[in-house]
Design a protein around this ligand. Structure first.
Ligand code: IMP
Length: 433
């Protein structure tokens, strides 16, 4: 049975939550593979809105298994809150949390907040959820893992050795109050007891699921341009948000993955600092932000908005090996008389052949735009591709050509129903039947 990765092709917030929820119908198991509660996936079903930060969006379909993989970093308070918040949805035996996933500790959040403040104007604009410092400890081999919560004496000794250093960093470097060992210990051990029924070796579970012929959807958070290796470093998150992260973050080998579904908005947004060549700073940005409700699902911050960037799209195709593309929020462009697409970047007059790795260059490139006539029609209740305005079809065709992959799903509203699936797309059919 085919397994597929869903990946954001821009700077996150592409609408992956809705698409994962939709695709889940065709899969047995949904797995989150990286990031933490810096993500916010919004799903609207029959007008009811659910925002998920850690638990895969698949949880909203009662017959699906959901797994939080080893590549995710978990704030146990946030996870327990989310489990409780899903009150109406039965989670018994449907949610598994990897014992290898790393724990976000209170000192991760405290250090991140102090570090961001100390950066001043050069701050990254993180979500302040402790994501970066937690991954630093994972790579530095001093992290504490979810499974450690179930062994209180091991947990205590790791906490003690970490706190000795973290409290010195907080006090000596940043002038902050040290954190209290006893209260962290008792709180985390208590959370460990609540979460214990969900914790297990998910690598074993997933390989057995494959053997049993179950098909698996691997859900990425954030987006390719926020990937720690392939994104706009250092203005990135601290994990591999691109498709490659799906293997290391779950324990599934590359040969078990049969396709990569890239999600892109019909325009571009970005939250936090960092280069954004097609950014708009005029009334059109405000129009798109209001139409698209472009405010962070996690932090509520207004998102920066800009035109669709095909240089980013092409780069995302290469980095992820995209099989097919899903375009979301097309309806948010319905009222624009003209719509632009960035087809290339110029640096000091020269057309660049590749997406620049140097942020100094990316910051100063001039986007090359082509202008498309807007369709000026409401697309939000259209149910098949043939009924889309011709100008909207031409706009989508141009995106597909420039990115270099077919488009198989178009989203024209936040609800599950507001979706056009191009039944004739062979690439999507290969993945979801
Ligand atoms: P962090 O992931 O909190 O460390 O933040 C690093 C950068 O990634 C910041 O620019 C954040 O705004 C951005 N970021 C993190 N998670 C998301 C997301 O889910 N959507 C969009 N941007 C995100």
């Amino acid at each position: 049975m085919p397994n597929a990765v869903v990946v954001g092709t821009q700077w996150g917030d592409e609408g992956k939550g809705k698409i994962v929820d939709l695709l889940t119908e065709s899969f047995d198991v949904v797995v989150r593979y990286q990031g933490g509660n810096n993500a916010g996936h919004t799903v609207i079903i029959d007008g009811k809105k659910t925002v998920l930060h850690l638990i895969p969006s698949g949880i909203l379909r009662s017959d699906k298994m959901c797994v939080i993989g080893n590549g995710v970093v978990i704030d146990p308070d946030a996870l327990w809150g989310e489990i409780q918040g899903l009150g109406g949805v039965s989670l018994r035996d449907r949610l598994l949390v990897s014992n290898r996933a790393h724990l976000i500790m209170p000192y991760h959040k405290a250090i991140e907040s102090a570090e961001e403040t100390s950066r001043g104007a050069a701050k990254i604009g993180t979500t302040n959820r402790g994501i970066g410092p937690c991954y630093e400890d994972k790579i530095g081999r001093r992290g504490i893992r979810v499974g450690d919560l179930l062994q209180p004496s091991l947990f205590l000794s790791s906490l003690q050795s970490n706190l000795k250093i973290k409290n010195r960093i907080l006090a000596d470097l940043y002038g902050e109050d040290p954190l209290d060992e006893a209260s962290i210990y008792s709180h985390y051990v208590e959370l460990g007891k609540q979460l214990a029924p969900f914790i297990q070796d998910t690598v074993e579970y997933l390989s057995k699921a494959c053997e049993d012929g179950k098909n698996i959807l691997l859900e990425g958070a954030q987006g390719t341009l926020l990937d720690i290796d392939h994104g706009t470093y250092p203005f990135v998150t601290s994990s591999n948000a691109s498709a490659g992260g799906a293997c290391s973050g779950t324990g599934l080998g590359p040969a078990s993955i049969h396709g990569v579904i890239g999600i892109t908005k019909a325009y571009t947004t970005r939250v936090g600092s960092g280069p954004f060549p097609t950014e708009l700073v005029d009334g059109i940005a405000d129009h798109i932000r209001e139409r698209g409700a472009e405010y962070g699902a996690t932090t509520g911050r207004p998102r920066r908005c800009g035109w669709f960037d095909a240089v980013v799209g092409r780069y995302a195709r290469l980095v992820n090996g995209l099989t097919t593309l899903v375009v979301t929020k097309l309806d948010c462009l319905d009222q624009l008389e003209e719509i632009k697409i960035c087809t290339g970047y110029r640096d000091e007059g020269n057309l660049l052949k590749y997406f620049p790795t140097d942020m100094g260059i990316l910051n100063k490139v001039e986007p090359v735009f082509e202008t498309h006539p807007g369709w000026m029609e409401d697309t939000s209740s259209i149910t098949c591709h043939g009924d889309l305005p011709e100008k909207a079809k031409a706009y989508l065709d141009r995106i597909a050509t420039l990115v270099g992959t077919d488009i198989s799903i178009i989203s024209i509203g936040p609800d599950r129903q507001s979706t056009i699936v191009l039944e004739e797309s062979p690439r999507l059919r290969d993945l979801i039947g």
